[in-house]
Design a protein. Structure first.
Lengths: 296, 220
């Protein structure tokens, strides 16, 4: 049983397990659980992620018309052979946007940890699978790595924008993706934990200020940013760079920042980007039903 | 620990756009329906906090109604739920409340039909996880992830012992239990979450006790 990152890394080292293995072991502590069934269920989650990533590349629009089509633009940009190269970060960004556009369009996604942040982890993992030529089985284990980090964050802080701001959603997702990418690339539990901490640190203080309260703007593009930060944090961790502030303290900082955030910056569409001229115009358009039209 | 499983984090598989405001609302709707026990004739949905501000944008209303119809979180019919409810003749009312709730994502659902009325409140914790916090005026903490018994009983000595003995004989393990009452000596609500499903015969035996008024079972 692990309650924090320190326990998680320590127990993994003692038992010679990965963070993914630790998560599976913890899952098996619940009576009546079967390892094959748990793994099979996680394999389904990965397939849902794959399907959503492909669907978004076709180019679709949300009901409000606010988002959609950007994953397709990135796909065309990659196919054209961009002058700056088409490395892992760019490919992860494309899939992250794709999955989150599907979410905004009320398509089927796998929350990870939330729907608003559901593009980050699939974005990084799908790009990594192509880059590292991994099997779906290896990718499914990576979801357990991500789950272990998310489990610690969710139980010691929060993962919803309404409670902790965007840092709790995209920040957690980026931390989860970074740890998963470290283990996929052959890094050890300590490196995975530090990658998670470095990803989260870069997103501390990020507020939840979606236009008209819809999970669209800026959510879709913040999924892109979260994926790119996860890749950067992974590079740093694999190079041996450590977070100067230990991972659990970074999570505690995220929690404290979330508690001190004004409610206007926690998914109420009253502050930040939601309160700009453009944000107010969208609110006006989407929150006021056409006169004479029945509300429901 | 609020989050107990890796699938609380990697999941649910759901229709977008928001795990707390869409998938969580589906779950609260599902639980309200299950606790009511049947399809209602009318439903009043009261949104509080962030739900009150943004329920239209996140389709929280659409999602909660889908839950009331018994649809799962990944059902492609969710976007059409209000139309589906209309076809089934369910009268719907949505109210954005001004009151500040203890949790930012709070939804109260009032259901009614010819046989009775029911009221439940749930909060959406994020990532699709929810907790029912009130049923018919009794406070509780029910995740809906484990099998559960909601036992409405007379607030009298020996009732809890009798119920737990019956569970012991049926070899059912309790993982969480709480009791709340409206007034001393009147009605109390005992909520028992279990590792195993409680068989209907055992529930029937419990219901035959004179101090037990009503039992609602939840089998996820």
């Amino acid at each position: 049983m692990f309650r924090n990152m320190k326990d998680l890394v320590h127990q993994a080292q003692e038992q010679g397990l990965s963070l993914a293995g630790m998560m599976m072991a913890q899952e098996l502590e619940t009576p009546g659980q079967d390892k094959d069934a748990i793994f099979a269920r996680m394999a389904v989650q990965y397939q849902v992620m794959k399907q959503s990533a492909r669907r978004g590349l076709e180019g679709l629009r949300s009901r409000s018309g606010m988002t959609g089509g950007d994953a397709k633009l990135l796909e065309e940009y990659i196919q054209s052979g961009p002058v700056l190269g088409d490395g892992l970060g760019l490919r992860a960004t494309r899939y992250a946007i794709s999955v989150n556009e599907v979410n905004a369009a009320m398509g089927v996604v796998c929350a990870s940890p939330t729907a608003g942040s559901c593009g980050v982890l699939p974005g990084v993992l799908l790009a990594a699978q192509e880059h590292l030529d991994k099997t779906d089985e290896e990718m499914t284990w990576a979801l357990f790595t991500a789950g272990a980090v998310g489990y610690v964050i969710a139980n010691n802080a929060f993962v919803s924008g309404a409670q902790g701001g965007c840092q709790a959603e995209i920040g957690s997702a980026a931390a989860m993706a970074a740890a998963a990418l470290v283990e996929l690339a052959g890094g050890n539990p300590e490196q995975a934990a530090h990658a998670a901490a470095m990803a989260l640190k870069n997103l501390l203080g990020l507020v939840c200020d979606p236009l008209a309260g819809l999970v669209e703007v800026p959510c879709v593009k913040r999924n892109a940013g979260g994926a790119a930060i996860a890749v950067t944090a992974t590079h740093m961790a694999l190079a041996g760079i450590k977070s100067h502030v230990p991972p659990d303290e970074v999570i505690e900082a995220m929690y404290q920042i979330g508690l001190s955030l004004s409610p206007t910056l926690r998914e109420t569409a009253q502050g930040g980007l939601a309160a700009t001229e453009t944000g107010n115009a969208w609110k006006q358009q989407l929150w006021n039903p056409v006169p004479g039209q029945e509300d429901a | 620990m609020k989050y107990r499983s890796v699938f609380d984090i990697i999941g649910p598989v759901m229709i977008g756009p928001s795990s707390s405001h869409t998938a969580g609302a589906v779950r609260i709707g599902q639980l309200a329906r299950t606790l009511f026990g049947r399809t209602p004739d009318s439903a009043v949905l009261r949104f509080y906090g962030s739900f009150a501000k943004t329920y239209r944008g996140h389709a929280t209303d659409v999602a909660a109604v889908a839950g009331l119809l018994g649809l799962p979180t990944d059902d492609p019919r969710i976007p059409q739920s209000i139309e589906l409810a209309r076809q089934q003749g369910i009268a719907l009312t949505f109210i954005a409340e001004e009151a500040i709730p203890a949790h930012p994502n709070t939804l109260t659902i009032e259901l009614a039909d010819g046989r009775g009325t029911f009221r439940a409140t749930g909060v959406s914790l994020g990532g699709g996880l929810v907790q029912m916090t009130e049923v018919d005026g009794f406070s509780l903490k029910l995740s809906g992830d484990s099998p559960a018994l909601l036992i409405f009983h007379r607030d009298a000595y020996g009732t809890i012992a009798a119920i737990t003995q019956q569970l012991a004989r049926a070899q059912v393990n309790i993982n969480h239990m709480e009791v709340s009452r409206s007034e001393r000596g009147k009605t109390a609500l005992m909520v028992i979450e279990t590792d195993e499903k409680v068989e209907p015969e055992v529930v029937g035996q419990m219901e035959s006790q004179s101090n037990v008024f009503k039992i609602t079972t939840l089998n996820p």
